[in-house]
Design a protein around this ligand. Structure first.
Ligand SMILES: C[S@@+](CC[C@H](N)C(=O)[O-])C[C@H]1O[C@@H](n2cnc3c(N)ncnc32)[C@H](O)[C@@H]1O
Length: 226
């Protein structure tokens, strides 16, 4: 009778194959409950890339501000403000009776925006060097918030959104403009944002795709649930 000779290395290999944990093949955006989903590395590069010609039209930023209720006298938060591209536009619109909080975790961005506001004579801009899980906004202070191409970088989105709730005045709108992706490719799926916002105590009020047909960019508007 034929007897297979099992050598020690072959036995070890077989054991390894049998006991090795299964590869994590789940898509990055749909992490298991309690597991942190993958997010993109916060941007630390040249801030001038956000101030490109034609961006105003491409993003339809005036329409975005109309939908968020950014108007004279209002208080707005630009979370993940970067170079302050949105901050300065919102600051011109809210005028001297309004305020724009430019919030970012990157001290270089905060320094850049303070300098920019000074040069552009926008005294209504207030900068906040925030924490990854907390925008550090004053309680009951804002009427409208925008996270512009930032949500995919937020390492703890639900914690940040929960803490943001305390800063919202009644009727506040929270806008998220981002791009579909797997979390770590400078995008995050619209469904993930909606689910996380719901878990953090928000309801989806409106959603738009201004860049019709590209199936990538989206604009979501949330309100805090009662
Ligand atoms: C891709 S940039 C977008 C900048 C700007 N919103 C724009 O579109 O012109 C993302 C910015 O979000 C900031 N950021 C990342 N995570 C953040 C967080 N948890 N809280 C506040 N800012 C954050 C980064 O430092 C960076 O300046």
């Amino acid at each position: 009778m034929f007897k297979a000779r099992i050598t020690t290395p072959a036995l070890l290999l077989a054991l390894l194959v049998v006991t090795a944990p299964a590869q994590d093949t789940a898509p990055a955006a749909s992490s298991q409950p309690g597991e942190q989903r993958k997010t993109s590395e916060p941007y630390k590069g040249d801030l001038s890339i956000f101030d490109t010609a034609g961006r105003e039209e491409r993003l339809q930023i005036n329409r975005v501000m109309d939908l968020l209720g950014v108007a004279p006298g209002k208080t707005v938060a630009d979370i993940g403000a970067g170079s302050g591209w949105f901050t300065v536009r919102a600051a011109r619109r809210v005028g001297t009776a309004g305020v724009v909080f430019a919030v970012d975790i990157n001290p270089e961005a905060i320094k850049h925006i303070s300098e920019r506001a000074r040069k552009e004579q926008l005294q209504n801009v207030k900068t906040i060097l925030s924490k990854a899980d907390d925008p550090l906004l004053p309680a009951n202070s804002v009427d409208a918030v925008l996270l512009l191409k930032t949500y995919h970088e937020v390492a703890q989105p639900e914690a940040l959104l929960q803490k943001l709730r305390t800063a919202l005045r009644p009727g506040s709108k929270v806008g998220v403009i981002d791009r579909n992706g797997n979390g770590e490719d400078h995008g995050v799926s619209r469904e993930v944002v909606i689910r996380e916002a719901k878990d953090a105590g928000y309801k989806l009020a409106q959603q738009f795709d201004f860049v019709k047909g590209d199936n990538m960019d989206y604009f979501l508007i949330f309100e805090a649930r009662e």
